[in-house]
Design a binder for this molecule. Structure first.
Ligand code: HC0
Ligand code: SF4
Length: 569
């Protein structure tokens, strides 16, 4: 335990701590731009420089390990002057038109400039404007806002294992870009949005669909309904001054009603439906000896990855649409008939923690009538928070409301979809009970829970043990894919979620999502499960009712037409 001084205060920290971490543990803030808790240390931006008494040059606190007796000054005139000069130089090569930036008031560079008291820049602008890439429905890249911190490069390479982005050129000409400056739509980008989630400024962000949604709400000819993904209820609160992992379901519904949505439905309802369809698909594959392992198919970043990198794996993907798309398909068929509203007059909005869901909704195959999309617009958690703020809604004083019927009835199994391992656990709760023809002794499968990159469990069904696996992030998914290709995969069923922690850590979630934050959200998700009276998808009477009155049986022709898809590349 080295003893040291930071800003003349005696502290002792654990061996191997960096100066930045030592300061953090003692509530001393050192500003950073390239540093991000779960990513590699880059020491590129040099904003975190500090002075060590008796040492000539300044050091970067993110990469310097503390030593016994060190005396550190985080805000000495030399450190402050260097930090200010670096920030001004960054601003001189940055489109600092803050009021027209998606990150206005949430930008780490803007906050830093403000903290350092930079109200004018000593250096003239050297920015040479480059084209903005808005070639796809999910992610916009604005190189004029890029500060070359390298976070996006790191997350794409080390977390997702894709390496779509890298640096090109040197000095002033250095850019973060794709190979040959191709558009994101022309490279192997999965639209997972992890790059947008860690970007400190407005250089990479989701495509903003809020104006489109406002127009639909204000169009008196449209019947505008909204569905809410499992992970939103445990993350939206953070955008509205509540603590990490606050469960805000009732207030979220009330806010959506105030925004003008006619009906507010729960994606958890079609998550239950997914378990019935996907569970029966797995049972069928096991009984018939069809292709195994079967991979889940609800994460659109994962589907994009398979399509682009491993199209030979299509037969391993479940044919089920995601709950988002099952909801859209039912909205424009079943709901349309039930309410006697033409499908083209129904406008379906999804609130998702995910940027890839915007792309999924626009796939040509995701259309019941082959013309209009089943889901018309997808908003991220951040976009919804923006709309709530635009309307001046005092979120915390809202009276809680319930989802509209029939989605009012959902299970705890559906709630846990939002956490890594949740889809697997929900499926096991149903598949084992159906095959064993008796209730499970325990419905909680701890081995598939938590932030492990790859988790596995053995489960016994009818006296036989099968192995299942869960992977979060695409670099971990790749390990499981390679096992399948090599013929060494011991698994029957595999869940993949592209984002760290699953949807709770999605690319559209509130800024500042770290593993620790995801853990708080996951705790909240399991609490929702425990508080729900029905905890298995096959016990959801509203889903049974839908089969009885509309779909027929699981995997019926109608169910196949509406709820399943096929894959192309
Ligand atoms: Fe997810 Fe989903 S659980 S992908 O992670 O399956 O985005 O929250 O909505 O569709 O239900 C995201 C979250 C969903 C879908 C569900 C699945
Ligand atoms: Fe990489 Fe995902 Fe960002 Fe695409 S969206 S650049 S795959 S991190």
């Amino acid at each position: 335990m080295p003893n040291l001084k930071i800003n003349n205060v005696n502290i002792s920290v654990s061996e191997g701590s960096t100066i930045l971490n030592a300061a953090k543990q003692n509530n001393i803030n050192i500003p950073t731009l390239c540093y991000y808790p779960d990513l590699n240390i880059k020491s590129d931006c040099r904003i975190c420089v500090v002075e060590i008494v008796g040492q000539k040059g300044l050091v970067t606190s993110c990469s310097t390990v503390v030593k016994e007796g060190m005396q550190i000054l985080t805000n000495s005139p030399r450190a402050l002057n260097a930090r200010k000069t670096i920030t001004e130089l960054i601003l001189a090569n940055h489109d600092a038109n803050c009021t027209s930036c998606v990150r206005n008031m949430k930008c780490e560079l803007q906050k830093l400039a403000n903290t350092l008291g930079i109200d004018h820049n000593r250096f003239p602008s050297v920015l040479e404007k480059l084209p903005i890439d808005d070639s796809n429905p999910s992610i916009v890249r604005d190189p004029n806002r890029c500060i070359k911190c390298g976070r996006c490069i790191d997350v794409c390479k080390t977390v997702q294992g894709i390496s779509v982005l890298d640096t090109m050129g040197r000095g002033h000409d250095m850019q973060v870009t794709t190979a040959y400056h191709k558009l994101l739509s022309d490279v192997v980008c999965t639209y997972c949005g992890q790059c947008a989630a860690v970007c400190p400024v407005g250089a990479i962000h989701e495509k903003d669909d809020t104006d489109r949604v406002w127009s639909a709400i204000h169009d008196t000819n449209k019947h505008v309904i909204v569905q809410v993904a499992p992970a939103i209820r445990v993350s939206l609160g953070e955008e509205l001054n509540l603590s990490f992992g606050s469960i805000v379901t009732g207030k979220l519904i009330a806010a959506l009603k105030m925004l003008g949505f006619t009906k507010v439905f729960d994606t958890n309802f079609t998550a239950d439906l997914t378990i019935i369809e996907e569970g029966h698909e797995l049972i069928d594959r096991i009984k018939k000896g069809d292709t195994l392992p079967m991979f889940t198919s609800c994460c659109p970043g994962w589907i994009n990855y398979v399509e682009q990198k491993h199209p030979d794996m299509f037969k391993h993907l479940s044919t089920c649409k995601s709950p988002q798309q099952m909801f859209g398909a039912l909205a424009k068929s079943y709901y349309s008939q039930r309410e006697n509203i033409k499908p083209e007059d129904i406008y379906v909005v999804s609130i998702m923690p995910c940027t890839a869901k915007k792309y999924e909704a626009q796939r040509t195959e995701m259309s019941v009538n082959g013309i209009d999309p089943d889901v018309d617009a997808v908003l991220t958690t951040r976009e919804l928070a923006k709309m709530i703020k635009q309307m001046g809604i005092d979120f915390n004083s809202l009276r809680e409301m319930r989802f509209d019927k029939p989605d009012e009835v959902t299970s705890g199994a559906a709630a846990i979809f939002g956490a890594t391992g949740g889809v697997m656990e929900a499926a096991l709760r149903t598949v084992i009970e159906i095959l064993d023809e008796k209730p499970l002794d325990s419905i909680e499968f701890d081995k598939v829970r938590g932030m492990g990159g790859i988790k596995e469990a053995g489960v016994t069904i009818k006296g036989e043990t099968i192995k299942v696996a869960v992977a979060q992030t695409l670099s971990n998914a790749e390990i499981l894919i390679q096992q399948v290709k090599a013929g060494t995969s011991p698994y029957t069923f595999i869940e993949i979620m592209a984002c760290p922690g699953g949807c709770v850590g999605g690319g559209g979630q509130p800024y500042g999502t770290t593993h620790q934050v995801s853990i708080e959200r996951i705790h909240a998700i399991y609490q929702v499960d425990r508080l729900t009276s029905i905890r298995k998808s096959h016990d959801n009477a509203a889903v049974s009712n839908l089969y009885e009155h509309y779909l027929g049986a699981p995997h019926s022709e109608k169910a196949h037409h509406l709820l399943h898809t096929h894959y192309t590349n």
